[in-house]
Design a protein around this ligand. Structure first.
Ligand SMILES: [Zn+2]
Length: 211
């Protein structure tokens, strides 16, 4: 079966970018004065390229196509219960390209439609796979929810981020965490929604601690 021309060019581009990642790793090893012929470093450029391909996978796909695929499974739901999910994703900070672990809680108020259960995880994971600031990631998730979930009335995206760039370098504080909330729609206007969402988040945290 012959492949579509756009698939062939995507594969070519991906191969070229993998080559760049291998080359960049070789440069890094040289800059650190490490022996790239040593048995432990010999395969490192290839391993590092594959690792970046894996955890920055969003940089290798068409973002809009991925979002559409995530958002297409929506189900009718005729109630206005607040919906909430917690997900855990890894990202890279844009300033140091060091890992960030983000605990993301998404609360939203539907009107007629809700997203499939796994979709919030897929959405957060897609956004996290492109290096960005924690606040930017929260805003992107909130905006995508508002844009694509049919009838949605509001959303609150609460993120707790553990950044290795402050844990293993800089201030070197292993307890340090950053908190932020991106709030859209009715959550901006109705305080009771924020209060209800925060209560739900508290329950999620308690459940996590096994209280
Ligand atoms: Zn950083």
């Amino acid at each position: 079966m012959t492949e579509l021309p756009e698939l062939v060019s995507m594969k070519r581009e991906e191969m070229a970018r993998m080559k760049m990642l291998r080359g960049a790793t070789k440069t890094l090893l040289a800059a650190l004065n490490l022996d790239s012929k040593d048995e432990h470093f010999r395969e490192t450029p290839d391993r590092v390229a594959k690792s970046y391909r894996e955890f920055c996978w969003g940089c290798f796909v068409n973002f809009d196509v991925e979002v559409r695929s995530i958002m297409k499974s929506q189900f009718t739901f005729h109630d206005d219960q607040l919906m909430g999910t917690k997900v855990s994703v890894w990202s890279l900070c844009p300033h140091h390209l060091l890992p960030t672990h983000m605990k993301v809680k998404i609360s939203y108020l539907p009107d007629g439609w809700i997203l499939g259960l796994s979709k919030l995880h897929r959405l957060a994971n897609l956004v996290a796979s492109i290096p960005s600031c924690q606040e930017t990631a929260a805003s992107i998730i909130a905006d995508l929810m508002m844009k694509h979930v049919k009838g949605i009335q509001g959303v609150m995206v609460n993120v707790i981020g553990f950044h290795l760039c402050t844990i293993m370098r800089g201030v070197k504080d292993s307890e340090m965490a950053f908190y932020n909330n991106a709030i859209r729609g009715k959550f901006r206007e109705e305080e009771r929604l924020v209060t209800e969402a925060l209560k739900m988040i508290e329950l999620m945290e308690k459940e996590q601690r096994g209280v």
